[in-house]
Design a protein around this ligand. Sequence first.
Ligand SMILES: Cc1cc2nc3c(=O)[nH]c(=O)nc-3n(C[C@H](O)[C@H](O)[C@H](O)COP(=O)(O)OP(=O)(O)OC[C@H]3O[C@@H](n4cnc5c(N)ncnc54)[C@H](O)[C@@H]3O)c2cc1C
Length: 242
Amino acid sequence: MGTTPRQGDKTRYRARLARVEVLTPTTKHFEWEVSGPKPFVFTPGQFISLHLERTGADDVRPYSIASPYRGDSRFDLCLNRVEGGFFSNYLCDLELGAEIEFEGPFGFFVVREPPIDSLFVATGTGIAPVRGILQDLFAHGTDLQVWLVFGVRYPETILYRNEFAELAAQHPNFHFWPTLSRPPAGWNGRRGHVQEYVGRLLLERPDLDVYLCGLKAMVDDLRQRLKARGLDRKQVRYEKYD
Ligand SMILES: Cc1cc2nc3c(=O)[nH]c(=O)nc-3n(C[C@H](O)[C@H](O)[C@H](O)COP(=O)(O)OP(=O)(O)OC[C@H]3O[C@@H](n4cnc5c(N)ncnc54)[C@H](O)[C@@H]3O)c2cc1C
């Protein structure tokens, strides 16, 4: 991982849909195989710009890459079906083998070099780039202390729950804190908003690097709170989805 991740150069890549997994009634995991015109290389946490034609005009939306770079031609996306949304519904309705066009990679939501003990905070599909980053860190055998505070509404919407639980079981230095805003009776885990647990952790560990990804309201709110606590701007990286 470099300090300045490479950025797209206007190359239009093509990718074929190789695998789909339904994660929740409104969220899907997609695996794409890049078919050309050249190898697609990215830093975990970056995004692609997907192109679609709508009434004759080229339209574009960013989507975070949900996997690490594995040295092959595959990458993952994690997508939420937005009511009335053009791209998200188009993508969620695609059949295996369908092709998309995209440019990339783009963005600076990548691990700061050198990596230090870190806190990742994600809500909803904001988990996508975080999944790529965490898989990469632990594939390289990191011994850093890493927290993931993942905010969703219900237990069944904890995306990639088994994967993260397994990662935590294998690595005592990975702390997985799923947090439910609408917990059912009998939920013994964390409840409420991610902000509360972030605040508590940073009281003990104000030295952590912090990575935030999700909808604007959460990211803006947390950035304000972190600033008020005196965290250095360099300690905080973020990606907003709207
Ligand atoms: C850097 C970046 C990375 C992103 N990565 C992802 C990702 O990994 N997975 C993912 O699912 N999305 C991601 N998004 C959001 C994505 O780019 C689209 O905005 C989203 O898929 C909706 O596009 P659409 O064409 O379906 O909706 P549009 O046709 O653009 O919008 C339809 C309506 O839905 C509203 N709307 C748009 N986006 C959302 C939203 N996210 N939630 C609720 N309402 C919305 C609009 O205000 C509008 O009223 C990312 C956004 C950014 C900026």
